[in-house]
Design a protein around this ligand. Structure first.
Ligand code: NDP
Ligand code: 8X3
Length: 247
């Protein structure tokens, strides 16, 4: 059902977004992929060797985002994936720069992209917004207050969008992963790869392909089926903080 569908994936230069792009391409979709690292997007487009449009912009730059998306036709599926955690500090010692990065990317950036594309989707009377939320949108953990707040906001935006779009033919879903090994932890720890690797010590994390498979499944339901929410944890996870590690 996804053959020749236009799928736009934000944050496709790495991790979950890149896996989503590959999985949608394998399902026959035409892709628009975005991110800040243009060379990574070019590599992905060359690898996929199909109808792939690449758009290099920073979702925290509202003018650049609106300009980049102005001439993009309505996607059948918009995967709002671009996002990050920055730091893992208590609020009393947290960094304003980290907070700004998370809130401007995960919340404002997602909103800007959505606001740019949604009128075209509503005009067509069809489409699907799939947000990548997180277990952090359902729970809060020490040092994660601001990241978790940003993902709780994504959860609220998913629910609010579904209310606002009722009757328009545009569906809204969220896919909320637990621990997925990507560049996420390296970014969170500002490039400290050893600390990032320790996050997954003694356990088997999810892979970005695990999440992409779920996203494609959500997108591929018949028109009368709207998956509201999918929460996916690693097998060794009972919650955001309860993780069984091999000794
Ligand atoms: P990665 O760091 O591997 O990928 C993040 C992607 O987001 C990159 O493609 C990056 O592209 C893009 N991105 C980040 N900031 C911006 C920006 N300002 N403008 C445009 N693109 C941006 O991490 P993941 O794949 O793990 O993360 C993807 C999503 O999944 C995020 O929303 C994250 O919160 C969520 N998530 C991740 C989990 C995990 O454990 N890994 C668990 C739950 C949710 P570039 O740097 O080229 O701009
Ligand atoms: C990423 C998963 O548990 O680090 O959203 O917040 S977690």
């Amino acid at each position: 059902m996804l053959v020749d569908h236009h799928v736009l994936v934000t944050g496709a230069t790495s991790g979950i977004g890149r896996s989503c792009a590959r999985a949608f391409a394998a399902a026959g979709a035409n892709l628009t992929v975005t991110g800040r690292r243009g060379e990574r997007l070019a590599e992905l487009a060359a690898e996929l060797d199909g109808a792939v449009r690449t758009l290099t912009f920073d979702v925290t730059d509202r003018d650049a985002t609106l300009a980049a998306l102005a001439d993009v036709p309505a996607p059948d599926v918009l995967v709002n994936n671009a996002g990050l955690a920055s730091g893992l500090d208590p609020v009393q010692s947290g960094s304003f720069a980290d907070w700004d990065a998370m809130l401007q990317t995960n919340v404002s950036g997602l909103l800007t992209v959505t606001r740019a594309l949604l009128p075209k989707m509503v005009d067509r009377g069809r489409g699907h917004v799939i947000n990548i939320g997180s277990i952090a949108g359902h729970e809060v953990y020490p040092g994660g207050a601001v990241y978790c707040a940003s993902k709780h906001a994504v959860d609220a935006l998913t629910k609010g969008l579904r209310l606002d779009l009722l009757g328009t033919g545009v569906k809204v879903s969220t896919v909320d992963p637990g621990m997925v090994e990507t560049e996420f932890s390296t970014v969170r720890f500002h490039g400290d790869a050893d600390r990032a690797a320790r996050v997954y010590d003694g356990m088997d994390p999810l892979t970005p392909d695990d999440i992409a498979e779920a996203v494609v499944w959500v997108a591929d339901r018949p028109r009368h089926v709207q998956v509201a929410e999918v929460v996916i944890l690693a097998g060794a996870q009972a919650s955001a903080t309860q993780v069984h590690r091999r000794s």
